[in-house]
Design a protein around this ligand. Structure first.
Ligand code: AMP
Ligand code: MG
Length: 414
């Protein structure tokens, strides 16, 4: 079906639902270093090869002793001192204790650690070493000792495949002695800007020409979303060039094009896509900016045709392409996280369209305030400079007044 026969424009939520339904999760996995795995999803169960802790370790600075020997007020002989990292070669006899530091192995014969604050040194201190201590409280048996395997035992599963790796997982993997880990890589994403008027930055502009900013914006968004970018360069508005470069782009997991999807005479992208066997799933949204956004599928390749206006391209990638990338990467939450915020200014819209309104957020007295920027139309990328969020102004509204609460998405969520 040609896009011009496609009268049904799709609502924002519906578009997302369709995209996430057609999107596929990547099957490949790669091994990366643990630090590089940040922000990727685990593609393997992590079974611990070691006990954690690997030995009975003191959880506090204090004195290790045998619980059965002690009554409140008893005095113990301090027969040695153990620091973290030391293997103690001491065995305790009756009424003997050792001074012990947090993280040090508890010596043979001791079963309890009393915190240093709950003891009093006795007798004379010789060469700074405490000779005797008196016990000022009576901790329970085993107090202040983290026992072998208490956190994780050897052979047990510490992390499940599918877990998003954040810094705490980096810490866990490293604590288990791992240096490498298997994750799901991002999709291979071919991208290009279309247009006769485009000139690469670094060259000189002639009348009627503009710098190609969309390709670089898309490139950065692909990188930010952990996709693997493949630049197809600039595509000119002729069938020949479109066919050739789109053909190459369709060999990737995702193809993102900017421009050429509107109603102009040279907006040939939908036609060429259809000719190359792409099923156009939707073309036209009830969303502004970005009304002519196109989404298609060929085999497992997803195709996004984003309107050329820089603001529309930026938002459309963020709102429609990024969730598909997250799904490909097995992200547990492919959709943008919804937040609520209070508008500091009234926003007027045309009923029938959901508006994506660029905002600057501030956290004040337990809630987000959303200050809408004043966009000068979707061609003006300067007008959205500094925006960190998009407010979703509902389709039926017509206007949403200052002080009203609306849903917003963070721009560039990863
Ligand atoms: P189009 O969707 O192809 O009709 O493009 C709409 C408008 O967006 C054009 O007139 C240009 O002003 C602008 N535009 C298109 N492509 C780019 C690009 N790659 N970089 C910057 N602006 C663009
Ligand atoms: Mg164009």
């Amino acid at each position: 079906m040609s896009p011009k026969e496609h009268p049904t424009a799709v609502a924002f939520e519906e578009a997302l639902r369709i995209i996430l339904e057609k999107a596929v999760s990547g099957r490949e996995t790669v091994e990366v270093s643990v630090v590089e795995s940040l922000g990727y999803v685990l593609a393997e169960d992590i079974v611990s090869e070691i006990d954690m802790p690997g030995f009975d370790r003191a959880a506090m600075d204090g004195f290790a002793y045998r619980h059965a020997d002690a009554s409140l007020g008893d005095t113990f002989e301090v027969i040695g001192i153990v620091a973290a990292g030391e293997a103690p070669e001491i065995a305790l006899g009756r009424n003997e204790c050792v001074q012990i530091m947090t993280g040090a192995p508890v010596p043979f014969g001791a079963d309890t650690v009393i915190k240093v604050e709950q003891t009093a040194p006795q007798g004379e201190e010789k060469s700074n070493a405490i000779q005797q201590v008196r016990i000022l409280s009576n901790p329970s048996l085993g107090a202040n000792i983290a026992f072998t395997g208490e956190d994780v035992s050897a052979g047990s599963r510490a992390l499940d495949a599918g877990r998003m790796i954040r810094s705490q997982e980096v810490a866990i993997l490293s604590a288990l002695g791992r240096q490498k880990v298997r994750v799901y890589p991002g999709p291979r994403i071919a991208f290009a800007a279309t247009g006769e008027e485009l000139v690469e930055p670094g060259r000189e502009l002639q009348l009627g020409q503009i710098y190609n900013s969309n390709a670089y914006c898309l490139w950065s968004q692909v990188l930010g979303a952990k996709g693997i970018p493949h630049s197809l360069g600039v595509i000119r508005d002729n069938r020949e060039d479109l066919r050739q470069k789109i053909g190459e782009g369709l060999q990737h997991d995702i193809l993102v094009l900017s421009g050429g999807v509107s109603m102009g005479q040279f907006d040939l992208v939908p036609e060429v896509l259809a000719e190359l066997g792409v099923e156009i799933v939707f073309h036209r949204l009830r969303v502004k900016p970005g009304q002519p956004t196109l989404f298609g599928v060929r085999g497992k390749t997803l195709v996004f045709g984003l309107p050329g206006n820089p603001v529309a391209t930026l938002y459309a990638f963020d709102q429609y392409v990024a969730p598909a990338i997250r799904l490909f990467r097995h992200h547990p939450q492919p959709r943008a996280t919804p937040f609520q915020g209070e508008l500091t200014r009234t926003v007027r819209t045309k009923p029938g369209f959901l508006y994506l309104v660029p905002c600057v957020t501030a956290w004040r007295e337990g809630r987000y305030l959303l200050t809408p920027l004043k966009p000068h139309g979707s061609a003006d990328i300067f007008s959205v400079s500094g925006a960190d969020a998009l407010a979703l102004i509902p389709a039926e509204a017509g206007h949403v007044d200052q002080g009203q609460t609306v849903t917003f998405h963070r721009l560039f969520e990863s």
